[in-house]
Design a protein around this ligand. Structure first.
Ligand SMILES: Cc1cc2nc3c(=O)[nH]c(=O)nc-3n(C[C@H](O)[C@H](O)[C@H](O)COP(=O)(O)O)c2cc1C
Length: 367
């Protein structure tokens, strides 16, 4: 189990000290129409939303990052305090380490979130490779343990087949995962969300997940933190010759904007847009396309390691950028923003046409 802990810390070290962002989200090809006559005041704008029975002051979740180690404890403590203070959601990193290892530090690195963020939206996290090999009974025990550990309002299951394929200690075991997800969604009395880790989710995958009865999808598309790069840099620490395998997959995945359009086509549950979301303007664009909220992961890790005040000022900036963008589009509320005109660039239109994504084509008056 020592290797899980050192892997967690390697991920943090690489994610923070190396350049690990790659690919295009295509957010640069989403235009909100500027309204020089918004006929509202900036102070009238309200970006609050209600998600999974929790009121959030910003449609934002601090994305799944870490836990299980000393650094994980420190990061989770700071992020939980900020999530509670600003009423944004928080998802913890994979809880496998605490459930399997059962040592005091690993568990405490997650329970701290329950302690420091007693009221805001909290989301537990487990991975597909683990649920693939557990029998149905142990699986539900795992899920309940993960939820209770942080008093979670929902459970997130991450799908990461490319990361597992490229990771030195990876477990690319995905057989029966859909049936297991179906079983969890049916048996748990909490919403189940399925997420990627930076390669996006397609319409076909979303349709299977919708049929399995889940409540939410976090798309985590291409264009932000890139796990191909993270695993490459980790591996390179031991073997500088291994680059080519990783370079092949550097640009693999579904860009964030396109994955939002893919999932919107077939899924009516809560849609969380993530993967390279870096500003309040980005969040506004994704909400205007049709997402319910956004998640940001790596930047929060970076700021948390610099101190709580850095996380706080980052979050204030994001909120202010979102409020300004809503003001500039004459949107008093998030629901109003969703009705404002948007324009897509050619790469997006080309994908939407080939993939027959009629909801997003209609959104830009092309169907
Ligand atoms: C250091 C690090 C650790 C992560 N660990 C997890 C994890 O345990 N579970 C998970 O679902 N996602 C994990 N992620 C993925 C993020 O939740 C997110 O999907 C991805 O980083 C893309 O978002 P971003 O571009 O805002 O960073 C991790 C990301 C980073 C940078």
């Amino acid at each position: 189990m020592r290797d899980i802990a050192s892997r967690k810390d390697d991920h943090i070290r690489v994610a923070v000290f190396r350049e690990v962002e790659y690919g295009r989200t295509l957010l640069d090809q989403v235009y909100l129409l500027h309204d020089s006559l918004p006929e509202i005041n900036l102070e009238d704008v309200d970006c609050s939303v209600r998600i999974f029975r929790k009121d959030l002051s910003i449609p934002l979740i601090i994305g799944a990052l870490t836990g299980g180690t000393e650094i994980g404890l420190k990061v989770n403590k700071i992020l939980a305090e900020i999530a509670e203070k600003f009423r944004v959601g928080i998802c913890v990193g994979s809880q496998r380490i605490a459930i399997e290892k059962r040592d005091k530090l690993a568990i405490e690195s997650f329970t701290i979130v329950r302690e420091k963020a007693p009221t805001t939206l909290k989301i537990a996290n487990i991975g597909a490779p683990q649920i693939s090999r557990l029998d149905e009974k142990s699986l539900l025990d795992w899920c309940i343990e993960a939820i209770d550990m942080i008093n979670a309002d929902a459970l997130e299951i991450h799908l990461n087949p490319l990361q597992e394929s490229l990771q030195l200690e990876g477990e690319p075991t995905f057989s029966n995962v859909l049936d297991k997800i179906r079983h969890i969604a049916k048996s748990l009395n909490k919403p189940v969300i399925v997420k990627e880790v930076g390669f996006g989710i397609s319409k076909e995958t979303a349709a299977k997940l919708a049929d399995a009865g889940i409540s939410g999808i976090e798309i985590a598309g291409l264009g932000g933190t890139n796990f191909t790069l993270i695993e490459m840099y980790r591996r390179e620490l031991n073997d500088p010759e291994v680059r080519s395998l990783y370079e092949t997959f550097l640009n693999y995945g579904i860009p964030t904007v396109l994955s939002v359009c893919e999932v919107l086509e077939v899924f009516n549950g809560t849609l969380i847009a993530s993967g390279g979301v870096r500003s309040g303007l980005d969040i506004a664009k994704l909400l205007a396309i049709g997402a319910d909220l956004a998640a940001i992961a790596r930047p929060f890790l970076e700021k948390a390691l610099l101190g709580k005040d850095k996380v706080e000022s980052y979050l204030k900036r994001i909120r202010y950028e979102l409020l300004i963008t809503m003001f500039l589009t004459g949107s008093r509320t998030v629901n109003e923003l969703k009705t404002k005109p948007i324009v897509f660039g050619n790469d997006i239109i080309c994908w939407l046409r080939q993939r027959k994504l009629s909801k997003c084509l209609k959104r830009v008056n092309l169907e």
